[in-house]
Write a protein that binds this ligand. Structure first.
Ligand code: PEP
Ligand code: MG
Length: 587
């Protein structure tokens, strides 16, 4: 039954996956297990423990069959999620703690398991690292599965959805999302999660609109409530009144019409009116995103974030697994190039098997290239896998978070060692594979001229460059108003980098989020960027503006933009230019 609460309640969260959908709320949390603690007579302790083990066994069987179902439906890409859950089921701490509570406290198995979960949750909640903290929800999902077995309840909350349903949940595990039927489930909204959460990543790759980080949405919605999910703006409207409903229906129709219109640009060249070509490429985390990059007309992959293959699992992918994944992406994208970034973990991305120490300032800590250089075997394994994949198409490799020339030289020595190992084993690879670096630290900007002598290309990671230049934590929602891509310091940095690259005869790309903002295109073109890499849906939007610009007008616009003192001034200048010159291109 729909809620009697007031109409038109608007909630603001984080737009994790773009698109607008209107559907009926289905609150997954309403089905959360309620556990009642009871005392178990001494004579029944053994059978209570047996009941717990039976439930564990059944959970394992269910997960194995789910794994099989998912691999048939969606391939093997996301199966590590199920593997993680299987490993949690095998965790001896979870089992021994629960069994000893049943024995010592003489409580029922459900209550014992629930208490164990509470302990685990407290442990995870105390962890500073956002990524690792979010993994606590994996334990919760697994424990719920076991609890339901003991209580004789079903799990397939999401499979049961009928009609056009928006799932409202405290949190969703990627395995929940992978089970859903895209025909029925049209959107997700969750209390928890940020842009790096698995929910966000998987929903983006499946192109299901989602808003996360809404904090208390599960307490505000009941099953059957009409609900609007605006993944573009990060807004959710519960019980929209007639006017809002009509407005959104129009927004949605317009959005979908625009998306279709944008797709018509797919095969048109990405060039200015005066014939200047810019390579527009896609950023991917998973192999499943490749078809979408192609559908939107991406001419290659400008950033493949390989760390996604390493996250959310307890063992590292070996050379074979990495090679197979990289080669498949390269094969699917051929003849266009795939730019593979070496491991960028540390900071807010956690890899269990690396046993990294807690750091006081993880963003300034042992991350990215620093970690790769510290673990040469890990790095060379990845480099060999990348090199081997280079025979399947055009591969370019680049290193994240470079802050000085020494790091590039060390990375190149290890790359040369990896090449020699392959030569010795007569394994083929592209001897001329291009090498690049990400420019995402202020030091890299300042010495861009020195760095340009060492590599074939630069790719500017504005997400980090802005964070480090302006000293604004990119994950802190309270500072988001200060996170300004148009800040004069950022624009000047971009100019220094582009000029340094061109003076040395190398090309310059951008793969941070700034590259996918259509309104910034004239500035980036005017500054001389040769290549821009972005999420799939932005590609035609950026192309549309590009095809209306001339190189010379973009150059004068960029020069003018560099003359202002604040981001606000640059922004209003840019808006006025966009309105007068490209008015029907604004989203
Ligand atoms: C960046 O920092 O801009 C970037 C593209 O890398 P990531 O977002 O993966 O840190
Ligand atoms: Mg970065």
């Amino acid at each position: 039954m729909a809620s009697e609460k007031s109409k038109n309640r608007i909630f603001r969260g984080i737009g994790a996956s773009p698109g607008i959908v209107i559907g009926e709320a289905r609150v997954a949390d309403r089905n959360r297990v309620v556990v009642v603690e009871t005392t178990v007579p001494a004579a029944e302790i053994a059978s209570e423990i047996e009941r717990f083990h039976d439930a564990l066994r059944k959970a394992k069987e269910d997960l194995l069959s789910l794994k099989e179902q998912i691999s048939r439906k969606r391939g093997t890409e996301h199966l590590y999620v199920i593997d993680t859950h299987l490993m949690i089921l095998d965790d001896t701490m979870l089992t021994t703690e629960t069994v000893s509570l049943i024995e010592q406290e003489r409580i029922n198995a459900e209550a014992a398991l629930h208490r164990t979960l509470k302990k685990f949750k407290e442990f995870f909640e105390g962890i500073e690292d956002e990524y690792l903290r979010e993994r606590g929800s994996d334990v919760e999902t697994v424990v719920e599965r076991v609890l339901r077995n003991m209580l004789g309840q079903r799990h397939e909350i999401l499979c049961e959805a009928e009609g056009r349903v928006v799932i409202v949940a405290h949190d969703l595990s990627p395995s929940d999302i992978l089970q859903i039927d895209k025909e029925k489930v049209v959107g997700f909204v969750t209390d928890l999660g940020g842009k790096t959460s698995h929910t966000a990543i998987v929903s983006r790759s499946l192109e299901i609109p989602a808003v996360v980080g809404l904090e208390k949405i599960t307490g505000e919605v009941v099953d059957g409530d009409p609900i609007i999910v605006d993944g573009n703006k990060g807004l959710v409207v519960v019980n929209p009144d007639e006017e809002t409903f009509r407005d959104y229906l129009q927004h949605k129709q317009y959005y979908e019409y625009r998306e279709k219109e944008f797709l018509k640009l797919k095969d048109l060249p990405a060039e200015t009116v005066d014939g200047q070509r810019i390579a527009l490429k896609g950023n991917v985390e998973f192999i499943e995103e490749v078809p979408s990059i192609k559908k939107h007309g991406g001419e290659g992959i400008g950033l493949y974030r390989t760390e996604m293959l390493f996250l959310g699992r307890s063992t590292l992918p070996d050379e074979e697994e990495q090679f197979r994944t990289y080669a498949e992406i390269v094969r699917q994208m051929a003849p266009y190039p795939v730019t593979i970034r070496t491991l960028d973990v540390g900071g807010d991305k956690f890899v269990a098997d690396l046993n990294l120490d807690d750091e006081l300032n993880p963003a300034l800590g042992l991350r990215a290239i620093r970690l790769s250089l510290r673990c040469p075997d890990l790095f060379k394994t990845q480099l060999r896998a990348i090199l081997r994949a280079s025979t399947f198409g055009t591969v370019r490799v680049f290193f994240p978070m470079i802050s000085g020339v020494g790091e590039i030289r060390s990375a190149k020595i290890l790359l040369e060692e990896a090449k020699q190992e392959l030569r010795d084993a007569s394994v083929p690879f592209d001897e001329n594979m291009e090498i690049g670096i990400m420019i995402e630290t202020p030091s890299a900007v300042i010495i861009a001229d020195l760095l340009a002598r060492e590599v074939d290309f630069f790719s500017v990671g504005t997400n980090d460059l802005i964070q480090y230049s302006l000293a604004i934590d990119r994950t802190n929602e309270h500072l988001s108003h200060l996170y300004e891509p148009l800040h004069p310091a950022v624009l000047r940095s971009l100019k220094i980098v582009a000029d340094a690259a061109h003076n040395e005869g190398i090309y310059v790309s951008m793969c941070g989020e700034m590259a996918g903002e259509p309104n910034y295109l004239p500035i980036l073109l005017g500054l001389g960027f040769d290549e821009l890499s972005m999420n799939a849906v932005s590609i035609p939007k950026v192309k549309r503006i590009l095809r209306r610009c001339s190189r010379s007008e973009a150059e004068s616009l960029a020069q003018q933009a560099l003359s202002f003192s604040t981001a606000t001034e640059v922004d209003s200048y840019l808006q006025s230019q966009i309105v007068t010159r490209f008015s029907d291109s604004i989203d």
